[in-house]
Design a protein around this ligand. Sequence first.
Ligand code: HEM
Length: 491
Amino acid sequence: RTNPSGLPLPPGPRGLPLIGNVFDIDPVRPWLTYNVWAERYGDIVYSSILGQQFIVISSVKIARALFEQRSSIYSDRMNSTLYKLFGANFITGFLGYTDEWRLHQKLFHSTLHPKATEKYEDMYMEGARELVVGLLDGFMGATGELEGHLTMFSAALIMTITYGYKVTSRDDPIVNRVQRLADIFLTEMSSERAMLFTVFPSLLHLPSWFPGMAFKGKIATTRKLAAEVKDVPFKFVKEQMAAGTHTRSMVSDLLQSYEDAIDGELEHAIKDTAATVYLAGAETTSATVLTFILAMILYPEVQERARAEIDAVVGKDALPGFEHRSSLPYIEAILRETMRWYPAVPLGMPHATSTSDSYGGYYIPKGAVVMLNVWGMSRPSLDPDAAHFDPDRHLLSNGQLSTDVNSAPVFGLGRRACPGRFFAEGSMWAAIVTMLSTLRFSPEVDANGKYAEVKSEFKPGAAIRPEPFKCCITSISTERERDIRASRQSF
Ligand code: HEM
C-alpha cells in the first residue's frame, strides 16, 4: 500500500534534521524513553534516527492487529550490512522474511513446538537438579557467583538439548567459544551501529584507523569464530551418530527425520538454527531465573506460599516433576510474573515492514523498523502497582490461571515470535519449582545480625538482568536434597 490519501505519520517527537531523535533516547535504557513517549503521544509513535524511520507500539491490541493479523507486512527485519560483515547473518533472528528464514522456522517448529518439547522434560529436570546441587555445594554468597551458576545451568541445558553434548565444567571449550562470540556480537553490533551502517553503508569503506571504525579490526577473527561455533558441535553430533553413541538431541532428531532429503542447503540450515539456540536462549534464560531469585528475596511471602502449594500438591518430602505442573497454578503464576516484572527483552526484537501500510488513520512507511514496547505494556507508567511483584495478577478468584490475552508479549508476536518459548518456559519452570522445593533464598545477614539491603536494580545487555546482589541459600528439606543427589546418578 502507498499513501494515496496523504495520511499523516503517527505522532511523535520532532527530531533534528538528519540525525532525527538520536539524542532524545536514553542510550542505556531506551524503553524508559519510549514509556515517556507513550504517555505523551499515545500507543503508536513515529520517530527517526539517522534517517531510519521507526514506529514504537505500546499497546497489546495494536501489536496484535499489526504483527498477527497483518503478519505478511510486519515480519521482516532490519537488513544491516554489519551483520553480514561480522558473519552474524546466519542467526535466525537477523534473517529477513525470506525462504531461508522459512526453512529455519520449519526446523525450529519440528523440534521445539509444545508437544515436541515434552520429550526434553527429563533433561530440564536433570539441569534443574544439577543447578540445585551446584548452589548447595558451591555457592558462597559472593556477589556475581550466582550468575556463574545460572550461566552454567542454561549453557549446559542448551548444549544437551541442541547437540546431546555434556558440559561438565565452566571452562568447556565449546561453551567458551560460543560465549565469546555472543559477547563480541553484543558489543560490536549494537542496534545504533547496525542502523547507522544500514542507512549509510558506504561508511563501512572507511579504514579501521578512522575514528569510530576500530571495530573493523575484529571482523576477520569474529567470522572465523562464528564458523567454528557452527561447525564444531555439529561435527560432534555427526561423529557420535556414525559411531552409534549419540544421545538424542535437536540436531540428531533433525538429521534423522530429514535423512533422505539432506542436501547442502538443509545441512547449512540445521547448523545455523542449532547455533542460534545458544545465542538466543542462553542469556535470556539465565537472566530470567536470576530475576526470579531476586524476586524471592524481596518477596519472602511469595516464596512461602509457593512452597506451601508444592507441599500440598506433591507431598511434604517428595520431589516435584512435570506431572505436577498443571496442578501448581501459583508456581506458573510466579514464572509469568517474573517475565512481566522485568521482561528480559524489554523491546523485543525490532520487526520491519516489507510494504507500506496504514493503521488507525496513520501512514506506516515501507522499510520502517517497528518495535514492541514490551516494557511499557508490562509496566504501564500510569499503573502505580506495576512495579510490585504479585503473582496473583495471573490468577482468577478460584485460584486457577487466567488466560489473559492482553498480557505483555514477552516472547514477541506473530510469525517472528520466539520459537524457543516452550523450551524456555519448560526449563525455567523446572528450575523454579525444584529450587522452591529444596532451597530458601534470603538476604545476607551482616555482622550485627541484620539483613543486608537488596535493591531491585537491573543492568542492560543482551537480556536485562539484576545487578549482582548477595544472598543466602539454605536447604529446607533433607529428604528432597537426598533424593535430588541420588537421582543425579540415574540421569
Ligand atoms: C526467557 C527466555 C526467552 C525470552 C524472554 C525470549 C524472547 C524472545 C523475543 C522477545 C524474541 C523476538 C520475537 C519477535 O521478533 O517478535 C525472540 C526471538 C527468538 N528467540 Fe527467544 N526468548 C527466550 C528464549 C529462547 C530460547 C531458549 C530459544 C531457543 C530456541 C530462543 C530462540 C529464539 C529465536 C530463534 C528467535 C528469532 C525468531 C525469528 O526471528 O523468527 N529464544 N525471543
